[in-house]
Write a protein that binds this ligand. Structure first.
Ligand code: FES
Length: 139
């Protein structure tokens, strides 16, 4: 089941993901999450830990979703024509605010805390267990 159950090893750490002025109110923008991967005795720097979708909601307020599908962990994309998120693996669909609109996903997209620091968006990055209705933190 790797990487579905893999933890980042650094539960809920704040990670800088984008410049605030590179984002939009009109549509979500994807950003890579890059940080340290800690696994037992090893630590690797500059590892891609995941992807997030970001959208400006208002002054200094940014909405963020982990791009991992809550069904089986595929990377969810955004369809600008339909203004919704779609998972390419088993066709789950999510509204702009992350709610399930169809497909086998057991819950909404996982939202993440954000904050603005020096004109950059930082995300409290976490992963969650797939295939369950509840949000269960993996780290
Ligand atoms: Fe997304 Fe199955 S992994 S619908």
């Amino acid at each position: 089941l790797d990487p579905v159950l893999r933890s980042t090893g650094q539960k809920g750490r704040w990670i800088r993901v984008a410049e605030l002025n590179s984002l939009s109110k009109d549509h979500p923008v994807s950003a890579p999450v890059v940080g340290d991967q800690v696994d037992a005795w090893t630590k690797a720097s500059g590892v891609r830990l995941g992807t997030v979708w970001l959208r400006v909601l208002g002054d200094n307020k940014v909405e963020c979703f982990n791009a991992e599908c809550p069904h089986l962990g595929c990377k969810v994309g955004f369809n600008p024509e339909k203004q919704r998120f779609n998972c390419p693996c088993h066709d789950s669909a999510f509204s702009l605010d992350g709610q399930v609109q169809g497909g086998p996903a057991p819950r909404a997209m996982d939202s993440l805390e954000t904050r603005i620091q020096d004109g950059h968006v930082e995300v409290r990055f976490m992963r969650f267990r797939a295939q369950v209705k509840e949000r269960i933190e993996l780290g």
